[in-house]
Structures are given as C-alpha cells and as structure tokens.
Design a protein around this ligand. Structure first.
Ligand code: MG
Length: 391
C-alpha cells in the first residue's frame, strides 16, 4: 500500500510544473513506511543518502587525480555537491522537483571504486566471469543492499521513483533480485526530466572542472588552454567586461574566471534549450516525458553549445586524460586493485566478518568486489602495501 500524501507534499506538488516528478508519483518504498509530516519523501531519500557510509567515503575518492596526489583537487564528494548545486539551479528554475534531483545528484557516484575509471575497468575485468563491475549497478546495490542502517531491512529503502531515476543504463547485477521490479518499471521508458538533468549536469561539471584541476596540477599547459577557441572567445568577452584588471590578473585567478564564465554560459543555454524543447514537444505530464524517444528527448544543450563542449572534451582527452602522469596514476591504481582482488579472493576470511558471511548468498567474487570498490583511494593503497609486506 502506498503511504498517503502529506500536507507538505501536496503543497509542493501544487507549485511544480505538470510534467515534474510529483510526490504523488513516488511509488512508495519496497518496505512500506509511513510518511513524515516535516519532510517530503524525496527529502528523506536525499537525507538517507547524505547520512550513508558510501557517501562519506566519496571524500577520499577521486575521478582523475588520485586522492593522495594533492589536497586541492576535486574529490568525488565535492564533485557530487557541485552536480547537486547545478541540478538544483536548473530544476528549480524550470519548476521541476529539486529535492528529487538533489538526491539523484548526491548519489550518482556512490558506486565508484577507488582510482576512478582505471579502478572500475580493472575490477570489471577481474569480475568478467561473475557479472562484471559497473559503477551505476554498484550504486543501486549500495542503496538497496549494502548500506546497513536499519534493523528491518538492508539498504536505505529509497522510494521506487528515486531508484528508477538512479537506474541510468537500465542494468542491475543478476543477484540484486529486489531491484528487478524497479528494472521492469524502467524498461522501455525514458527517464524523468530531473534524472536527465542530473546526468547532463554531471558531464558539464566535470568537463569544466577538469580544466581547473588540470591547470592547478600543472598537467595542462596554460598557453594551450588559452588558445582553445571556447577559452579564447571567453577571454575576449571578459576583457570587454572587466578591461585591464582581467588582463593583468594572475593566471590562476584568470583560469577560474574563464571556467566559471564558460560553465555559466553552458547552464544558461541548457535551461533555455530545455524550455524551448518542452514547449515545442507539447509535453504536459510526466507520462508524456517517460514516453519520449531518445531522439526527441528535451534535456540537451543547443547544437552550438554541443560543438563547444565537444572541442573541450577532445582537448581533455588528448592533453589531460592521456597525460603520462595520469596514465601512470591509473596503472598504479589498476595494480593495487588487481593485488587486492587476488589477495581477498583467495583468502576471503581476511575480510571483516559481516562481509564474509555474505559470501554464502552472493558468492566470494561479488563480495570481494563490494569490499574493494567500497574502499577509499588511500585505504586501498595502504591495504595493498600492507598485504604485500611493504606497508
Ligand atoms: Mg560524476
């Protein structure tokens, strides 16, 4: 049975656009709970994510730069907060459900292993005979099974619609049976607008911020970044706006101003394009949204902005993600993951007891993958060195 809609939820639903994620559409929770007067169901989902262990660990996990390489780089935690901020801004302006978007944004990277994409690739290869490893599947597994905060159920018992919004590629691990009904509901349908906005804000956030971190690390060459057409055009606009004070600013400050200018421009473009697309498509309800095809889906930047983003992406691929020092960091991460997997897979009794007991249900490899992917960069580094007799 679905919980009744509270006064607060009813009030908020009345303020949202007709095609927004309404509280009346939450689908309730897999383990029924009563509603709370002072918080809406999506606010409660968001709060459960913030208080989870996996969320706290994001503070010591990084995407491009390994956490131990420097304190000033973005971590997955600060990145997730930035994605949440952008998503709240965009959804808020469009009268969509910002609390729902915030919950999805804060949770979107929770399933990542240590050492970014290199760590994920290594773990996926090691898990190829056991259903693989993929960060989005892992996020769903964390919120539905692995987080342990309640006596009555495993996981966070989020609303069905939040779980649907989290299901990015309509894929779950074979063993996650409790998510099958969510997968069924998601199949053949598009995402709510809020979920697609979070995905877009994720890409926009890291694309812009990787420039900032890339310059701070010294891996990106300032003159090459400034010569890139989007940065050159932004510089001309900012010189017009601020005159000599911009030209004379120290480079690190100039870089931040340029990145902020570009990101702002991009978010403004995103809002305007979504608004225009919704009007053109005559989207009226959330079921209209869910039945839209991939080709006509309204959440996108304008064609001109997409071109700019492609230039920036191509540059980062060539100059930052394939920088020799980044490749070395990645290789080191892979080695650590390989070492940890071989150690714990051959000796699962070295894992904490609450992991070991789960091997009977999920199999040793899946539990070892859960254990390793939950580690922070620094914990994985230390543990691998310790088990090798050198730490
Ligand atoms: Mg992300």
């Amino acid at each position: 049975m679905l919980p009744s809609i509270t006064e607060l939820e009813r009030k908020e639903d009345a303020l949202l656009a007709p095609y927004a994620v309404k509280h009346s559409l939450s689908g309730g929770r897999i383990f029924p709970e009563s509603s709370q007067e002072q918080r809406t169901c999506y606010q409660r989902d968001r709060d459960r994510i913030i208080h989870s262990k996996a969320f706290r660990r994001l503070g010591y996990k990084t995407q491009v730069f390994v956490n131990s390489e420097g304190d000033m780089f973005r971590t997955r935690l600060t990145h997730s907060m930035e994605v949440a901020q952008l998503s709240r801004s965009v959804t808020g302006y469009l009268d969509l459900n910002s609390d729902y978007a915030e919950a999805l944004a804060l949770a979107h990277d929770m399933g990542h292993s240590p050492f970014g994409h290199a760590g994920q690739e290594a773990l996926n290869t090691l898990m190829k005979d056991y259903g693989g490893f993929e960060h989005n599947c892992q996020t769903l597994r964390i919120v539905s099974t692995l987080e342990s905060r309640y006596l009555e159920w495993n996981g966070l018992n989020l609303t069905r619609l939040t779980l649907i919004g989290m299901l990015k590629h309509a894929r779950i691990y074979e063993g996650d049976v409790q998510l099958r009904e969510i997968l069924e509901q998601r199949k053949g349908k598009s995402q709510p607008l809020e979920a697609a906005i979070v995905d877009t804000c994720d890409r926009l956030a890291y694309l812009h911020h990787d420039f900032e971190d890339g310059l701070d690390s010294g891996f990106l060459e300032p003159s090459e970044v400034l010569a890139l057409p989007p940065f050159d055009l932004a510089r001309i606009a900012l010189e017009k706006q601020h005159g000599q004070s911009f030209t004379d600013a120290r480079f690190a400050l100039k870089a931040r101003i340029l990145v902020r200018f570009l990101l702002n421009d991009c978010i403004t473009d995103l809002i305007a394009t979504i608004k225009k697309n919704i009007a053109t498509l005559k989207v009226e309800t959330m079921s209209d949204v869910l039945s839209l095809s991939h080709e006509t889906y309204p959440v996108a930047n304008s064609p001109a902005m997409k071109e700019r983003l492609a230039i920036m992406q191509k540059f980062l691929h060539a100059k930052l993600y394939r920088h020799p020092n980044v490749l070395r960091m990645s290789r080191r991460g892979e080695r650590i993951i390989e070492n940890l997997f071989s150690e714990y897979n051959s000796r699962p009794d070295m894992m904490p007891e609450h992991y070991l007991t789960r091997t009977q249900i999920d199999g040793t490899a899946r539990v070892v993958s859960d254990y390793i992917s939950g580690m922070t960069d620094r914990f994985a580094e230390k543990d691998s060195a310790y088990l090798s007799g050198i730490g």
